[in-house]
Write a protein that binds this ligand. Structure first.
Ligand SMILES: NC(=O)c1ccc[n+]([C@@H]2O[C@H](COP(=O)([O-])OP(=O)(O)OC[C@H]3O[C@@H](n4cnc5c(N)ncnc54)[C@H](O)[C@@H]3O)[C@@H](O)[C@H]2O)c1
Length: 307
């Protein structure tokens, strides 16, 4: 299959590009390298250095003529989305509309879209985690634009026949996640602890999140090439892990001696965000295989070998 991956120089999508190429697909990457890195680019993938907001994206899509577009390029910083919601909407919403219009013009078969389970559902009380029909309470401009793109995808399918699969990720972690700046807690902890610095936990550290390892996310994206048409799927583990537990496991794996520093909780932070992934099991034949501890070990090994 011919697949164009947007954001393919970034953390998650570069892992997906590698998995697609290993499975024998012909892959191209479109990325403007804002947070993505050249060293993440798979040399077997053609690279188009283009911004998804740029009208020239249509030429790229027309030239490469993909069967499927896997759309991961985004403004991913939740706090930046709060301080600059206009920029967030320009990239995540208008950039995506630019992409969808070009996809329709070039008769692309399907879009796979990286959405968020972690930021859409709000507080999750259900023991088994939030299923896809859970009430949505996006409280950041970032989450609002993710939901809005989901709705555009549904509309473009109905209006133009452009198929889609939406994957709503939990908190993704693993090799190539950037510990600098506004990254996930695991990358930040690993970055700090590897420098011998004590990491900071905001709040009491008991907040639960669904941490999913990036190779499992890549597997879901492989399965979504041929399945899950016009559906929405959670992609997580269904297991809530606290920030305190994460720190304890990393401390043990690294033989780290210092203790964590606690700071006041951040406004609007959820206490429990865990995904129910039963639908992905039925609809995609997908379940997460890598447990958090094993994933943390693999991530640390990657840092050790020069990541
Ligand atoms: N990391 C997570 O836990 C998580 C959870 C849910 C959803 N997601 C989604 O997964 C996707 C990938 O996230 P990531 O964590 O790998 O982040 P990342 O920052 O590593 O990847 C984003 C990529 O998009 C590129 N990009 C940004 N703006 C662009 C633009 N205007 N034009 C072209 N390229 C642009 C960046 O250069 C980068 O390579 C995003 O859509 C994000 O919202 C991530």
């Amino acid at each position: 299959m011919k697949i164009l991956v947007t954001g393919g120089a970034g953390f998650i999508a570069s892992n997906i590009v590698d998995a697609y190429i290993a499975a024998g697909h012909e892959v191209a990457v479109a990325d403007n390298l804002t947070t993505g890195k050249k060293e993440n680019l798979n040399p077997k993938a053609e690279f188009f250095p283009v911004d998804i907001r740029d009208p020239r994206l249509a030429e790229v899509i027309n030239e490469f003529a993909p069967d499927i577009i896997n759309h991961h390029a985004a403004q991913i910083d939740v706090r930046k989305s709060v301080s600059d919601p206009v920029f967030n909407a320009e990239v995540n919403e208008l950039g995506t509309l630019n992409l969808l219009n070009a996809a329709v013009q070039s008769k692309v078969g399907k879009i796979i879209f990286a959405s968020t389970g972690g930021a859409l559902y709000g507080e999750v009380a259900e023991k088994s985690g939030a299923a896809e029909a859970h009430a949505m309470e996006p409280i950041s401009p970032y989450a609002i634009t993710k939901r809005s793109v989901e709705m555009y995808l549904y509309a473009y399918w109905k209006l133009n026949g452009l198929k889609f699969t939406v994957l709503r990720y939990g908190n993704v972690f693993g090799p190539r996640q950037d510990p600098l700046g506004e990254a996930g807690v695991i990358a930040i902890f690993c970055g700090k602890m590897r420098q011998g610095e004590a990491p900071t936990i905001y709040g009491d550290g008991k907040q639960l999140r669904d941490y999913v390892y990036v190779s499992d996310v890549a597997d879901a994206n492989l399965l979504a090439l041929t399945q899950g048409e016009n559906e929405f799927f959670n992609v997580g583990t269904g297991v809530g892990t606290s920030v305190n537990e994460l720190f304890a496991v990393l401390k043990e794996l690294m033989g780290f001696k210092k203790d964590v520093v606690y700071a006041p909780a951040r406004a609007g932070e959820l206490f429990r965000s865990v995904l129910n992934c039963g639908k992905a099991k039925k609809g995609l034949g997908w379940t997460a295989k890598v447990e958090v501890k094993a994933g943390l070990k693999r991530t640390l090994d990657w840092y050790k070998t020069g990541g």
